[in-house]
Design a protein around this ligand. Structure first.
Ligand code: ADP
Ligand code: MG
Length: 315
């Protein structure tokens, strides 16, 4: 049985309750209403995924539902904000109940984990295009920006980079690894929400790795008007990425490939001790330091090279 627009929203996206007390009015009106507690700011971000640009047509719909939300939560994490609510704009070529069921499952599994309310959206017919706007709360003056890095600050990275980029190579038939980690990191990235919350008020600058470590660290350097020395040998890679580098000698791949959704952040010398006290809650490594001289330099096996920080550009 074909569903109309409102039946579709009701069946897959409407829930009769909201989880966050901040959500005063959810789906069903022209606008949702949120109340912002005293002493907090609302952090707002939007990310879109377009078929053939951001994902292949044969990707499993539950992965799309997960990833669309994950990339938005990752932006909130990079700001140090606690996710509270999202809106969802869907442009669909047709109403495919099985596709929507799986997409909604992927979305709700992650939304439930972080107790995020879905407070509204838009549903239209057209080429497949998915957009979420996410909202989070951050204490006044505690939000993380790209512009706060200072010479002498340590540069840190949560987890490891290169897996999502390797996942893309696997899908394109360019590499076959021994395990599924790279593919699952490409399809179902885990936003570093808890880490972002711990870093608010502690890190001097932060960015999430969507375009690649060099490109995204480059944003911090540009906004903060500083440079950096990156220590390649301090980076840690998964077994599959290690194997890829060994086979191809392409040691820049994990620096230039995007979509790992780790956090890259800087910490002043004064706060580095506090960060190390959190080592059981934030898995991260120091991968370099901020310098006064503009530009990004990489040290690998004792050799220093200067590198470009240009990431992927849509236009
Ligand atoms: P309007 O015509 O005022 O823009 P709609 O008729 O498009 O509102 O949507 C009806 C209600 O359903 C609104 O509250 C809207 O926010 C919500 N909504 C529409 N599409 C979605 C969606 N994909 N996910 C969640 N809520 C949605
Ligand atoms: Mg309206």
């Amino acid at each position: 049985m074909a569903l109309n627009e409102f039946e579709l929203i009701n069946r897959f996206f409407f829930r009769p309750y909201n989880r966050q007390t901040y959500t005063q009015l959810g789906i069903g009106d022209d606008c949702a209403l949120m109340s912002i507690p005293e002493g907090y700011q609302l952090a707002v971000t939007t990310d879109t995924m377009v078929e053939q640009v951001h994902f292949f047509s044969d990707v499993e719909p539950h992965c799309l539902g997960h990833k669309l939300l994950a990339v938005n939560l990752s932006d909130l994490a990079a700001t140090g904000a606690k996710p509270i609510a999202v809106s969802l704009a869907l442009t669909l070529p047709n109403v495919n109940v099985q596709w929507l069921t799986e997409f909604a499952n992927g979305f709700w599994r992650l939304a439930d984990r972080y107790e995020v309310d879905l407070i509204g959206g838009d549903t239209t017919a057209g080429p497949l295009c998915l957009t979420i706007q996410a909202m989070g709360l951050v204490a006044k003056d505690a939000a993380l920006h790209r512009s706060g890095a200072k010479p002498g600050d340590g540069i840190y990275l949560t987890g490891s980079v290169g897996d999502a980029g390797l996942g893309l190579k696997i899908l394109q038939g360019d590499f076959s690894p021994a395990d599924d980690l790279a593919l699952s990191r490409f399809h179902q990235p885990q936003p570093r929400v808890e880490e972002g919350l711990l870093l608010s008020g502690l890190a001097s600058a932060c960015v999430d790795i969507s375009d690649g470590l060099l490109a995204d660290l480059g944003h911090i350097l540009k906004s903060s008007q500083v440079g950096a020395m990156l220590d390649w040998n301090a980076l840690q890679f998964s077994a599959a990425v290690d194997e890829y580098i060994k086979r191809t000698d392409d040691w820049k791949m994990p620096l230039n490939s995007g979509e790992d959704y780790e956090l890259c952040f800087t910490v002043s010398a004064d706060n580095e001790a506090k960060l190390s006290q959190l080592s059981d809650r934030i898995q991260c490594r120091k991968i370099g330091h901020i310098e006064a001289d503009a530009g990004l330099r990489i040290k690998k096996d004792g050799q220093v090279s200067v590198c470009q920080t240009e990431g992927y550009q849509h236009f």
